[in-house]
Design a protein around this ligand. Structure first.
Ligand code: XMP
Length: 513
């Protein structure tokens, strides 16, 4: 079945797949294409609308990414976001310049006022918060365009030419910080592009299964199973596609949470799949000894992970494909195209050059966490597996800051368990997306009984988010934090101070390394 399609034309911003994710959320099929894609190719896909993304460049820089100007005369509706908005203005006779003073350069949450007679803002509040991140400014708006939103600092936050179906916004509607951002995108799709809403996650599942079958044929497939949501959903998807051709290998790198290795084994042994547990704690801790730099840790773990797989694969015989549960935020934050590298997520940046498989299959590569959960439900996975909080591939190695030792890992495991236990007892799991403890590398003076202590500071981290690209710190009630703090300091040796991390993402990331 073919679907109405929207093209997101990628100019290198950090949030481009998030735009695509919002479009899918509105029930419309969507593909992200690089800005260099020839116009004929885009036209051949018969999109009902095009979205220009943000990007780090300035449109007046001759080396900046451009579009074929013919895109503006073919009659397809266009929504330009941030750089995309400036690009449209620049091409259609407006003028974009570098903001000369700080008042015209906007960053962060900004009170914004909308003209709700414009189709883009139809039915939405006339005032709200938008997330701004731009250093350039539209000095002159192109002929035929109306100003349809403004902020205190900027008279032209949004522009439109309703007759041609051209809309531009300086802010980022795709990030959670923008109020009614998705509703605005929905208006563009339904009010402007005439979307019918003919796409669902069930379609995604069917398409993915078909593609996996076509690719794999009667080959053998190996899957990296961590027991987390992503690899479990990937396992269910591939199991549905190729059944007994699949073997799942669980690499226990010794960096799991308390009892986790045994729990994963118990859960998946029940499944009708080939399950192998590779115990590799000594190998990993040996390789990580003395390593303090976060990116080095990630690379080492990513590389050893693949080596252990290769060894397991050899035991199984010829393996043609390796499946990984990489999801979109792992891809983008490891750096793709013109976006900046934040962290090289293991599964992506950590891959060694030589991999002893024909090909790697990543069926979740374009999905965000909540979409993966939705797909898991489509595949009939139990709710406890689908709703598990995410756990990073490098495990506790990136939650022990600085040098990793078995003793520090054990300390962290105990503290992390108490934190999770108290959250469960307070029935707060549903209010937070991810919560864990971090063993900082800092020691400080305390007093216990009548004696002086000089021990580690433990940080508690909890965030609330839907997409994990942006996140807010969770407002955990003080009484709960207090119980966690008292228990950890009393029950876990070598911790004498607890702090709570109250930074959002951005500017911080969720994990500390
Ligand atoms: P950050 O720290 O980048 O985390 O804000 C975003 C989400 O990704 C998880 N994370 C990882 N997941 N391999 C993974 O599979 C990794 O290397 C990795 N690093 C971070 C993190 O736990 C959060 O959910």
């Amino acid at each position: 079945m073919s679907h109405q399609t929207v093209i997101v034309l990628d100019f290198g911003g950090q949030y481009n797949q998030l735009i695509a994710r919002r479009v899918r959320e509105c029930g419309v099929y969507c593909e992200v294409k690089p800005y260099t894609t020839p116009l004929e190719q885009i036209r051949a896909m018969e999109p009902i609308g095009i979205i220009f993304t943000g990007g780090p460049n300035s449109v007046y820089d001759p080396k900046s990414p451009q579009v074929d100007p013919a895109i503006f005369t073919w009659g397809v509706p266009i929504l330009g976001i941030c750089y995309g908005c400036q690009l449209m203005a620049h091409n259609l006779g407006g003028r974009v310049t570098e903001a000369q003073d700080d008042s015209a350069r906007e960053y962060g949450k900004t009170e914004t006022y909308f003209d709700t007679s414009c189709r883009l803002f139809k039915g939405l509040p006339a005032q709200g918060i938008t997330w701004m991140s731009h250093g350039d400014y539209m000095e002159k708006v192109p002929e035929g365009f109306a100003l349809v939103a403004h902020s205190g600092a900027c008279p032209n936050v949004a522009i439109c030419d309703e007759s041609r179906g051209f809309y531009g916004v300086q802010y980022h509607p795709e990030v959670n910080h923008t109020e009614h951002g998705t509703d605005m995108i929905r208006n563009f799709l339904y009010e402007v592009c005439g979307a019918a809403g003919d796409w669902t996650m069930g379609d995604y599942k069917e398409t993915a299964i078909r593609q996996i079958r076509e690719k794999v044929g009667d080959g053998k497939v190996l899957l990296a199973l961590s027991g987390g949501v992503d690899s479990s959903v990937a396992a269910a998807l591939v199991a549905e596609a190729v059944g007994s051709q699949l073997t799942c290998v669980f690499v226990d790198h010794g960096l799991m949470r308390l009892n986790e290795g045994d729990e994963v084994e118990a859960a998946f042994k029940k499944w009708d799949i080939n399950f192998v547990r590779a115990n590799a704690e000594d190998l990993f801790l040996g390789k990580l000894a003395g390593v303090t730099e976060p990116e080095r840790k990630r690379k080492i773990i990513g590389e050893e992970f693949i080596r252990v797989f290769e060894a397991e694969a050899k035991k199984i015989g010829q393996v043609d494909y390796l499946v990984q549960g990489t999801i979109y935020p792992d891809v983008i934050e490891s750096g793709t195209g013109d976006a900046a590298v934040i962290k090289s997520h293991h599964n992506v940046g950590g891959l060694p050059d030589y991999v002893d498989f024909k090909e790697i299959i990543e069926p979740l590569r374009m999905l965000f966490k909540d979409e993966v959960r939705q797909l898991g439900r489509e595949l009939g996975l139990p709710e406890y597996l689908v709703m598990r909080q995410p756990f990073p591939g490098p495990g506790l190695a990136i939650r022990v800051i600085g040098e990793i030792t078995k003793e520090k890992l054990d300390t962290l495991r105990q503290a992390d368990f108490i934190f999770r236990d108290e959250i469960a007892k307070a029935h707060l799991e549903g209010t937070m997306s991810q919560y864990f403890a971090v063993l900082t590398n800092m020691r400080s003076v305390g007093v216990m009984g009548d004696g002086r202590t000089y021990d580690y500071t433990l940080a508690l981290r909890s965030v609330t988010t839907t997409d994990f690209m942006t996140a807010d710190w969770t407002r955990i009630p003080y009484e709960v934090l207090d119980r966690v703090s008292v228990r950890i300091v009393n029950e876990v040796p070598h911790i004498n101070r607890i702090v709570y991390d109250i930074t959002s993402k951005p500017p911080a990331t969720i994990e500390w390394e």
